[in-house]
Design a protein around this ligand. Structure first.
Ligand code: ZN
Length: 371
């Protein structure tokens, strides 16, 4: 039946009718609230590019966790800012690591809250990459680099000590730039061991769900094996199965102080152009034993969420990432959009695309509106 018999506006006439035919509903049960834990006491430091998101010391994180739980949000995911970073990500797997400490405190004070642990190495590595980095020897020695740099430099006339100093600095920085261009590799298999070790350490601290976000091949299998061997057969894995190399992570890197010091993450995170490859990534993680899967970011990849929902039967999560949050906040602060309306619309779109679990910095605010 076509118009005029069919009039789709009939069911949009009143709020009651619209509510009756509503296809997608948001509830706080779907939300996971990300939190950034840092050393110290009484610390509640706002992330510059993420208004209302804070780096929290353990005591403050407990307070925040209590508030989250009271609002009806069932789960949080923890990220850590360690005291020190090194080349083997000690802070990720140490028994007294910052996330381990926070987990023990939160599970003691707010036992009903489901605590997820993000498993990655970047926040704990001095170089900021998600795996172990191996330098590939330069074709030329550093000495040759210096000679090259000097040869290509124009003759610099110096008149005094200060000018000489600045000329030396300039040449040195050129050599340093050259050294930075050194090729490197994020080593896959050796990284698995650290990821597995981190997962076991988090499970020991009381983490309820292990969530690996590193994108190394084979990590889910390695983590599952290690958890089982350590007796954590009932600890589920939520894998960041399709995680794209995205510009939308910018503000997070400030929040978690995890920007890579050289290169980028395109050799392990996915190319934003590839949806078929995303399906293969998800399939691989399921075969390796993932209990739940995730697509990240959410809004620029709603089609990937929808395709994953269509194809796989596991619980599906999506991460509304820092850049998605920051864009809405920035536009709202300028008075260009209605904050609450756009916040809810963005969450609804993720839900409609097929994600049943949404990791979002809006978890608390959205729960307040829905409550
Ligand atoms: Zn990482």
């Amino acid at each position: 039946m076509a118009f005029p018999v069919t009039r789709l506006r009939r069911l949009r006439r009143t709020a009651e009718l619209r509510n009756m035919v509503c296809e997608t509903r948001l509830t706080p049960d779907a939300f996971v609230y990300p939190m950034f834990v840092c050393p110290g006491e009484g610390v509640r430091k706002e992330v510059r590019s993420m208004p209302n998101v804070f780096n929290l010391s353990v005591d403050k994180a407990v307070k925040e966790a209590r508030e989250v739980h009271a609002l009806g949000v069932p789960s949080i995911i923890l990220f850590g800012l360690p005291e020190k970073k090194d080349e083997v990500a000690t802070g990720a797997w140490a028994e007294d690591g910052i996330v381990q400490q926070a987990t023990r405190a939160i599970k003691r004070e707010v036992p009903g809250l489901v605590v997820m642990g993000d498993v990655c190495l970047c926040e704990y590595m001095s170089h900021g990459h998600c795996g172990i980095v191996k330098g590939i020897p330069l074709a030329k020695s550093l000495g040759a680099a210096v000679i090259d740099t000097l040869r290509s430099a124009k003759t610099i006339a110096v008149r005094d000590a200060a000018e000489k100093e600045s000329a030396i600095e300039k040449v040195a920085s050129q050599v340093a730039e050259y050294a930075k261009r050194m090729e490197f590799e994020i080593v896959n298999d050796a990284s698995l061991e650290l990821l597995a070790k981190t997962s076991v350490s988090l499970a020991k601290a009381g983490i309820d769900i292990i969530a690996p976000s590193d994108m190394m091949d084979g990590r889910v299998a390695a983590i599952r094996r290690a958890l089982d061997e350590a007796g954590f057969i009932n600890t589920p894995i939520l894998s960041y199965a399709a995680k794209f190399a995205s510009g939308f992570y910018g503000p997070f890197r400030e929040a978690a102080d995890s920007a890579p010091q050289f290169g980028d993450r395109r050799s392990y995170q996915m190319d934003g152009a590839n949806i078929r490859e995303a399906m293969r990534e998800i399939e691989a993680d399921i075969e390796e034993g993932a209990d739940m899967i995730m697509v990240k970011p959410a809004m620029p990849y709603l089609d990937v969420i929808a395709a994953a929902r269509e194809r796989f039967d596991l619980p599906l999560a999506a991460y509304q990432v820092s850049g998605e949050y920051a864009m809405i906040e920035a536009a709202a602060r300028n008075g260009w959009i209605e904050r609450e309306r756009v916040m809810m619309e963005s969450l609804l779109s993720i839900r409609r695309a097929g994600a049943s679990i949404i990791l979002t910095y809006y978890a608390k605010d959205a729960a307040k509106l829905l409550g």
